[in-house]
Design a protein around this ligand. Structure first.
Ligand code: G
Ligand code: MN
Length: 405
């Protein structure tokens, strides 16, 4: 890890640590400050003196250590203590006027609240930065140790039950053996800018695996394609196309057998830039799949605007197939859309029951993916399925006719 990163991290840690440490000491400072200010003001010269300004010291300390509420309490205490309460004032007949007193109290409160707001903001920023930095350090080290690996989930062609495509899904296998899913680290990888190298590493490993499955015995026994997910951040990176070209080159994978999965969110942020990237990727010969279709915004516009080869219907649709009769009609509409666009029928994601598989087959989907057919698993296990030529649940097992109601 770089020297600068370490230094910045220890600075943030010092700020956050200071804010979190023992509050009793700060309490003592506040009380001592209040008493000292009171003694100095009234002991020395009464309320006419400028010394009441000393009350700002405990107020500022309270604002920094105890936030808005602490600043308010101490400002109120200072307001009372700075009032015309002492025999010095009363005896000399020079007690503060009420407006003067109230003005001072208001100033105490305002200064305390403004300080608390400014301080809590900078503390929150320091905390966020600290999290980002430790995430970055952990991810960077994991990347260097090769802990990001793909697992593979077969996608089955519904016309003949064959595995034609495999989706590579990222996992973080930590040194203690625990496996972390993408939901738990992709966000941090995106925030820290490490999604680029992590995504590239997954792509490279997946292409190496595809090459191994493709060139077995010098031919393509299974006619496989590999589908790899691209995060919106990766799509934003200008170097992406060159990096993918070089991975294809190094691994010897035929670009026609690589599918890159993008999401609607990834395309919507900057549609012009996304269109250019997708055009350049397709010029390499790879295909583009629209992942999680239906859960983002402006799906129709996206399909019309971007060069998409494959649509993958999100699992929220397939999972509600049995309970919401409208979902079937929606899937059918997506099938119609792919026909109108002249592309292959959609892939149904998240198939978990034979009923769902039967329904998406009847509705015209071209392929299916989900736990019913095969879970995401290591390459050796997928290879076994490839050798057997099918998944544990065979599409041919769907013998009962489909209900049409
Ligand atoms: O966004 P994308 O479709 O690439 O996400 C794939 C994720 O879905 C993976 O994390 C994978 O483990 C998960 N997944 C794959 N098949 C199923 C399934 O049948 N049911 C559920 N709930 N999740 C699935
Ligand atoms: Mn996907």
């Amino acid at each position: 890890m770089s020297e600068t990163l370490w230094r910045q991290q220890s600075e943030d840690r010092a700020i956050v640590g200071w804010a979190d440490r023992n509050r009793t000491a700060a309490c003592g400072v506040v009380i001592a400050g209040l008493v000292a200010a009171w003694l100095a003001s009234y002991g020395v010269g009464g309320s006419r003196t400028v010394l009441p300004h000393l009350f700002y010291l405990p107020i500022l300390v309270a604002a920094a250590r105890f936030g808005h509420r602490g600043a308010l309490v101490v400002a109120a205490m200072a307001g009372v203590a700075a009032g015309p309460l002492l025999p010095v004032d009363v005896a000399t007949g020079e007690a503060q006027s009420v407006p003067n007193w109230m003005g001072r109290l208001a100033a105490f409160v305002v200064v305390g609240q403004v300080t608390a707001a400014l301080h809590s903001r900078s503390l929150a920023v320091a905390r966020d930065r600290l999290h980002d930095r430790s995430d970055r350090i952990a991810l960077q080290e994991a990347l260097e140790r090769g802990e990001f690996v793909p697992v593979f989930q077969p996608i089955v062609d519904l016309s003949d039950g064959q595995i034609r495509t495999i989706e590579a899904l990222a996992r973080w296998v930590r040194s203690d053996g625990t496996v972390v899913g993408p939901d738990e680290f992709i966000g941090a990888a995106e925030r820290t800018g490490l999604i680029g190298p992590i995504g590239l590493s997954i792509l490279e490993q997946s292409c190496t695996q595809l090459a191994a499955w493709t060139t077995r015995d010098g031919h393509r026994p299974w006619g496989l394609s590999m589908s790899v997910n691209l995060s919106p951040c990766q799509l934003d990176a200008p170097a992406l196309v060159a990096q993918i070209a070089s991975v294809l080159d190094r691994t010897g994978v035929d670009p026609a057998t690589l599918i890159l999965e993008v999401t609607e969110t990834g395309l919507a942020a900057d549609p012009d830039a996304a269109t250019r990237q997708l055009d350049e990727l397709r010029a390499l010969g790879v295909r583009i799949a629209l992942d999680d279709f239906g859960v983002g915004h402006s799906s129709l516009a996206i399909l019309h605007r971007f060069p998409i080869d494959i649509v993958k219907i999100d699992r929220t649709f397939t999972s509600t197939l049995g309970t919401d009769p409208r979902v079937g009609a929606m899937i059918e509409a997506v099938v119609g859309l792919t026909q109108a666009l002249g592309i292959v029928p959609p892939v149904a994601e998240g198939i978990e029951t034979p009923e769902q598989l039967r329904a998406v087959t009847a509705l015209g989907c071209g392929a299916a993916q989900g736990y019913l057919l095969a879970r995401p698993q290591p390459a050796t296990e997928v290879e076994q399925l490839l050798i057997e030529g099918t998944t544990p649940f065979r599409v041919a097992d769907l013998q009962r006719p489909v209900r049409t109601t």
